[in-house]
Design a protein around this ligand. Structure first.
Ligand code: COA
Length: 405
């Protein structure tokens, strides 16, 4: 589809993810829990699960993802002074008052004349951040908005949701005339007050009714698609690839199938599978998940005729439990591949270390300890990450201290 060079567009200019150096293979988790590995590998579609080590948290992961994007040597450098709004989207917030965007702003040495906020609505808050960022750059065309979606998905050791844990951060910038994706203003969106997944502030693990949540996810998809297609008169044939929020990767199969049934559209796996690959290796990253699916799709594009995405329309479905859902579209920009950091992202996945099962449980329990009122206020943090750009070094008088490593 040729792009209109004169049209002013708004959307995603740069993207980068960061994941910790540690993971647990799903086959090890299955063996330890006495579960058929095919349930995790085939039923949920997960291969490996990223694990948060003691010296990482949502701040260090978020700052690391943003640092990768800001220091990309292959693309023209981003003027850090143009960043006048930093939004952290998370549902693993470390403070009920102070925004996680503030320590990230400090670690990244951004300009002082900048707004910094944290936004919450489960996994939807990254999409809310994109909409807010677009409105900001429409008013201030030379601005760059930095969005950081960063989360640690925790359901509990031996809990039903354990196999759908994970963690990671995705940073993206939103600008006028972006380099990667121009996002359309039209969208279908829905709020429905349901208790499918939530985390009271005194808990460090989420409470989830996973099957109910999947039903609410699909209900939201059909509703928001209906609203979107009614506004735009578009059909499924107008969408080249689907990008889904993924609490686990086979959710994409369920979502796509439901949409096809609803619209009498023949199923074609080529329309969505390439967006699942990062989730399969990382697990659920909550707010980062939808945009990780997008990056997964774009990184899988090897330029062959079947995979070429330039000028193609992507259909996005964002879902945040509780719940808010949104369906929207965007167009992939010519030249986007230059901004995808393929070597950096490849290394993120391949230079990880598999934890022994005992280490996985120790790391999990350490996170519970530092999130507890009794033990988390004053504690030294062992440095275990070898190549993380930022680490958490200690907590003194309830103040987290960070270092560039
Ligand atoms: N081989 C292959 N597939 C198998 C299998 C086996 N031996 N055993 C089970 N499966 C399949 C099941 O058929 C099911 O597939 P389906 O959904 O297509 O029917 C899938 O594996 C999961 O099995 P299920 O019995 O439903 O698993 P569970 O009771 O352990 O629950 C979740 C799975 C996802 C509901 C649970 O992990 C959860 O609640 N996770 C949190 C989800 C979340 O975060 N939601 C909120 C954010 S949107």
């Amino acid at each position: 589809m040729p792009q209109n060079q004169n049209k002013v567009t708004y959307g995603i200019d740069r993207m980068a993810f960061y994941i910790p150096e540690f993971y647990v293979p799903m086959t090890d988790l299955a063996q330890a829990r006495g579960v058929d590995p095919d349930k995790y590998l085939g039923g949920l579609g997960q291969e490996n699960m990223a694990v948060l080590p003691p010296d990482q948290d949502i701040i260090t992961m978020g700052a690391s993802a943003a640092e990768a994007l800001l220091t990309d040597d292959n693309a023209s450098p981003i003027d850090r002074r143009s960043i006048d709004l930093v939004i952290v989207a998370t549902e693993s917030g470390l403070d009920a008052s102070k925004a996680g965007a503030i320590p990230i702003h400090g670690l990244l040495n951004l300009a002082p004349n900048c707004r910094t906020i944290e936004i919450k609505q489960a996994c939807y808050s990254s999409t809310a951040s994109v909409r807010l960022a677009m409105a900001h750059v429409m008013q201030h065309p030379s601005s760059t908005v930095l969005i950081i979606a960063t989360d640690n998905a925790r359901y509990g050791l031996n809990a039903p949701g354990e196999a759908t844990q994970g963690c990671g951060a995705l940073a993206m910038t939103v600008t006028q005339n972006p380099s990667i994706l121009a996002i359309d203003p039209e969208a279908g969106y829905l709020t429905k007050d349901v208790m499918d997944f939530w985390r009271p502030s005194y808990l460090d693990e989420a409470i989830v009714d996973g099957k109910y949540s999947a039903r609410m996810y699909l209900t939201g998809l059909i509703n928001t698609w209906g609203q979107y297609s009614g506004i735009t008169n578009k059909t499924i044939d107008d969408i080249d690839r689907f990008v889904f929020h993924l609490p686990f990767s086979t959710m994409a199969d369920k979502a796509y199938r439901r949409l096809c049934q609803h619209t009498d559209h023949p199923e074609d796996p080529a329309e969505y599978v390439a967006g699942k690959q990062l989730n399969q290796q990382i697990g659920n990253s909550y707010t980062a998940s939808l945009y990780l699916s997008m990056l997964s799709l774009l990184l899988a594009d090897d330029g062959s005729a079947n995979n070429e995405l330039t000028g193609h329309t992507l259909g996005f479905y964002a879902y945040g439990s509780g719940s808010v859902a949104e369906f929207f579209t965007g167009t992939v920009i010519d030249g986007h591949k230059k901004y995808l950091l393929p070597d950096y992202h490849h290394n993120q996945l391949t230079q990880r270390q598999a934890l022994s099962f005992d280490q996985y449980e120790d790391y999990y329990r350490f996170q519970s300890k530092i999130m507890s009122r009794d033990q988390g206020g004053n504690i030294s943090i062992p440095t275990v990450s070898q190549s993380a750009p930022f680490v958490l070094t200690r907590i003194s008088d309830h103040i987290r201290q960070y270092a560039r490593s």
